[in-house]
Write a protein that binds this ligand. Structure first.
Ligand code: 3PG
Length: 306
């Protein structure tokens, strides 16, 4: 059995070593395709793979067609919008993710981005503090939960909206539950996005939602760029020079944001929320274990396709 690690954005070496150890201990072989620049390299590498570990790498119908021996794809991470689930099901391929494994890394970046925003991008001018400010967590999954835990240490007042999370879970964490997404944005000085990119959420963060945020508002996006209606965010930031947007996923209109909103817009050059040695080890080794469990015992825990 051959397990292929496909990472355009590589894991830390220590994580690759850990994955290798798990896979080889099960008697399987490991292949590695890192930093590829061309889809043809991916199509060639998957030809004889029985299992694949990916990050944000795109697994579409063409890749699945080329991977004739494939049984399982594990996305070492949370979001699996990069995998064509229907095509995988049609090809008889199981798809899994590794929920929670990189959540703390992303949450720590969120708090770092918040401090960066309220301290005016460390430019030496007087900023504000996070203590006592209202933080809105938009979707209370693994990352949202970790953001709440850390933000408590900063003395923030925490609100959350998540129709899929039981109220009690949020309340037990000392988080105030709001009943609509509009309410969250109306109340909170800072909103941190943790929604997945789905047909329902794409473009959903729009002018009408953001316009009611309080003066000096900060929007933090470590989720997906697709959830933002970029045209409407530009319109809003044009009208409101108090509004800041800090993102870990470079918008399609990045150049425009840079030109128009100096000092109020920041994007990392490449998504780095989960880019820590710890998160790479946690997610990578979880993926390796899930593959071994699936191939040896048929364990389908964390399967995300039908
Ligand atoms: C995730 O969905 O787990 C995060 O967005 C991290 O993605 P990455 O593995 O591509 O850094």
């Amino acid at each position: 059995m051959k397990v292929l690690i496909v990472t355009e954005k590589p894991f830390a070496k220590i994580a690759v070593d850990g994955i290798r150890k798990e896979i080889e201990a099960a008697g399987y072989e490991v292949a590695l395709l890192e930093k590829y620049t061309d889809k043809a390299q991916l199509l060639d590498a998957v030809k004889d793979a029985n299992a694949i570990i990916i990050r944000s790498d795109i697994i579409d119908a063409e890749v699945l067609d080329a991977a004739k021996e494939l049984k399982i794809v594990v996305r070492a991470g949370a979001g699996y919008d990069n995998v064509d689930l229907e095509a995988a099901t049609a090809h008889g391929v199981c798809v899994m993710n590794t929920p929670g494994q990189n959540a703390n890394a992303v949450a720590e970046l969120v708090l770092g981005m918040m401090v960066y925003a309220v301290r005016n991008f460390f430019n030496g001018t007087s900023g504000t503090e996070l203590m006592g400010k209202k933080l809105g967590i938009h979707a209370y999954g693994n990352v949202g939960r970790n953001v709440a835990r850390i933000a408590k240490g900063f003395g923030m007042e925490i609100y959350a909206f998540d129709p899929f999370c039981p109220k009690e879970v949020m309340e037990n964490d000392g988080v105030k539950v709001v009943s609509s997404v509009e309410e969250l944005y109306q109340i909170c000085n800072v909103v941190s996005l943790h929604i997945p990119a789905t047909a329902e959420t794409k473009n959903s963060i729009n002018y009408n939602l953001l316009k009611n945020m309080p003066k000096g508002a900060v929007l933090i996006n470590t989720a997906r760029k697709e959830v933002i209606n970029e045209g409407e965010l530009i319109e809003l930031m044009d009208e409101r020079n108090d509004f800041k947007y800090i993102t870990d996923i470079m918008p399609a209109a990045h150049t425009k944001f840079v030109e128009l909103f100096a000092g109020r817009y920041f994007s990392t050059p490449k998504k780095m929320g989960a880019q820590t040695a710890e998160a790479n080890i946690n997610a990578g080794i979880a993926a390796a274990k899930q593959i071994v469990g699936f191939l040896k015992d048929g364990c389908e825990k964390f399967r995300v396709n039908k």
